[in-house]
Design a protein around this ligand. Structure first.
Ligand code: AMP
Length: 586
């Protein structure tokens, strides 16, 4: 196909915002295409060279484009720069430059879609020293033979500014219109959702027809679009919607990963289909060690843990790993993660997306051995509200966001890429952001593990209830201590050590060591949450629950100037919670 024809179609697409019109323009275009090159046409229309999950992307710097435009048009750099400042769109700049450029000469060779695509592919692939010159040369090669319209779209593509506004679902509609019928549209959409590759779907449909599309399966190495959940505010509504009974899983607050496993090789993808394998070598190792079969595609949530307290940490802790090539090993040690597996969509050659959830869960549990690092999401089946409420409290206590209800119906298939009521999230916003520090009293401690062996791993902290003259627990504190401070703690606390819990301490938790309330530390947390295991302001915000400081960190300040009875009171914490909750709500 001539690139000029494609450019004219792009001009047409640009002029309309109507999805119906776009669908019809694209369907006409697809019908004219050769099946062999249809995938290229589809990717280019979306401003891409490959499906979303390929790491290689187009995105040449604007200044390199402007330089190349000057080289191949003969127009002065300054004039092009001026045009760029005025227009701000690489496509319009190129179009204007090429409109005044000499007409194509007798020697110029018309551009084909393949020629443009292949040069763009080489541009995206050239890296390292000298690559700028290579990129400009490759671009100049095609621009030299381009018309003004062709130059416009080539310039937008190469800089990553294509933006025709053609959504993936419009391409799906157009493929149905071009090669199948309206009734086949859902099958085509499913094929896209399980492969995330519109080019492959288009080519398969063009070559082998709709039956081949219906037979498409999830494939190891090709990430599928994630299944998403709806939200309902109460267990009653969830149970009604689910037909009276559902599976409930902990909703972990981490990073979703899709693991593709074959013959001992594991690749991890994010919810946005980026390759996360390099960032989580520990997860790869953990899955490898616990996997018992040959191949699989499974999903799970990676959650950072504090090895000293055993508590789950906010997922932001994992972000310390992002973009790190050097020091990744340190980051892995400092921010270890656990993976909680929750679904299995492919196992040993079998596509399981069309099987009900209970069968997939069974397959998942048979395919892995539970280890410290790789586990299954906590799951229970309930048909009553009270059970769900209890489980919800446990989930909060264990550092989760709430629950994820999953249909156990015979049609509870894995719906890649779609948000529906087969999965429903239940997360009450019993949380409020924390901006101020609090002064908390040390009432207990836990023995350290790993690098903290021999020292305290974490301290049990409390607020002061000035009405009842007791100390109420509010968090386990393990972060923010440097090595020297940590090493000095046992000696500092020695004089206050007790054989058992102090009578003025109200705690539902056991500690390895108990202290007389004496030492006050300044602490900053991420948020205040409702917690059934801590006793601060118990029953005030929620029946059978207290308040907790979530993700607490020692600021480094010992409040030696404060008596324990001058610490932050339970009432104050409750006020902080309520005040900030209002702010979040408004
Ligand atoms: P949200 O991001 O609030 O729409 O919630 C959906 C996300 O919850 C998913 O994308 C997962 O990353 C995460 N999640 C945590 N635990 C589970 C679970 N047990 N099942 C499914 N998704 C989970």
């Amino acid at each position: 196909m001539q690139f000029q024809d494609l450019a004219m179609v792009y001009e047409e697409l640009e002029k309309t915002a109507s999805r119906l019109e776009m669908t019809s323009i694209l369907a006409t275009l697809f019908k004219q295409a050769d099946c062999k090159t249809l995938h290229r046409m589809i990717y280019l229309t979306q401003g891409q060279l490959y499906p979303d999950f390929y790491p290689q992307k187009l995105g040449m710097a604007d200044r390199l484009l402007l330089k190349t435009l000057s080289m191949s048009s003969g127009m002065k750099d300054d004039d092009i720069q001026e045009l760029w400042l005025k227009e701000g769109d690489p496509g319009i700049v190129a179009q204007k430059v090429f409109a005044v450029k000499k007409q194509r000469t007798l020697f110029s060779e018309a551009l084909t879609l393949d020629r443009v695509y292949e040069n763009l592919e080489k541009i995206a692939g050239s890296e390292g020293s000298g690559s700028q010159d290579v990129k400009m040369k490759l671009l100049a090669e095609i621009l030299n033979d381009a018309s003004a319209e062709e130059a416009k779209f080539i310039s937008r593509m190469v800089t990553g500014h294509m933006r025709l506004g053609v959504a993936a679902m419009t391409v799906v509609d157009a493929l149905a219109l071009a090669f199948a019928s309206k009734e086949d549209r859902d099958a085509i959409e499913r094929a896209f959702n399980i492969s995330s590759d519109l080019g492959k779907v288009g080519e398969t449909l063009c070559r082998n027809g709709i039956d081949a599309i219906r037979q498409m399966q999830v494939e190891v190495g090709s990430p599928m679009r994630a299944m998403l959940a709806e939200r309902l505010p109460s267990p009653q509504e969830i149970l009604v919607r689910m037909g009276g009974k559902a599976a409930f899983e902990y909703k972990y607050d981490g990073v979703r990963v899709q693991a593709h496993i074959r013959d001992g090789k594991i690749q991890l993808f994010s919810r946005r289909l980026e390759d996360l394998t390099e960032q989580f070598p520990d997860v790869v190792k953990a899955l490898k060690a616990s996997f018992r079969m040959k191949s699989a595609i499974v999903e799970g949530e990676c959650v950072p843990v504090d090895l000293n307290t055993g508590e789950l940490l906010p997922f932001q802790e994992v972000s310390h790993r992002r973009g790190r090539k050097h020091g990744l090993q340190d980051a892995i040690e400092d921010y270890p993660v656990r993976v909680f597996l929750f679904d299995c969509v492919y196992l040993d050659g079998k596509d399981m997306t069309q099987m009900p959830y209970p069968e997939r869960r069974k397959a998942l549990e048979s395919a892995f051995e539970k280890t410290e690092e790789a586990r299954f999401s906590e799951m229970r089946i309930y048909d009553n509200v009270d059970g769900v409420e209890e489980f919800f409290k446990e989930a909060l206590k264990d550092g989760c966001e709430g629950l994820m209800a999953k249909s156990v119906d015979e049609n509870s298939f894995y719906r890649a890429g779609s948000r529906g009521f087969l999965w429903i999230k239940y997360k009450k916003e019993y949380r409020s952001e924390m901006t101020d520090t609090v002064d908390l009293v040390v009432v207990g401690a836990y023995a350290g593990r790993g690098r903290r062996a021999g020292n305290y791993g974490a301290l049990l902290m409390a607020t002061y209830n000035d009405q009842e003259d007791v100390f109420e627990t509010v968090c386990k504190l393990g972060s923010g201590f440097d090595d020297a401070t940590l090493a000095a703690l046992p000696q500092k606390l020695e004089a206050h050590k007790l054989k058992e819990k102090h009578p003025k301490v109200v705690s539902k938790m056991e500690a390895d060591y108990w202290f007389e309330p004496s030492m006050v530390l300044e602490v900053l947390g991420a948020e205040i949450t409702v917690s059934p295991i801590h006793t601060t302001a118990y029953g005030l915000v929620r029946k059978d629950s207290g308040l907790a400081v979530r993700f607490p960190r020692f600021t480094g300040r010992f409040r030696d100037d404060k008596e324990p009875r001058e610490a932050t009171t339970s009432k104050e914490l409750e006020q902080m919670y309520s005040k900030q909750l209002k702010k979040v709500e408004s």
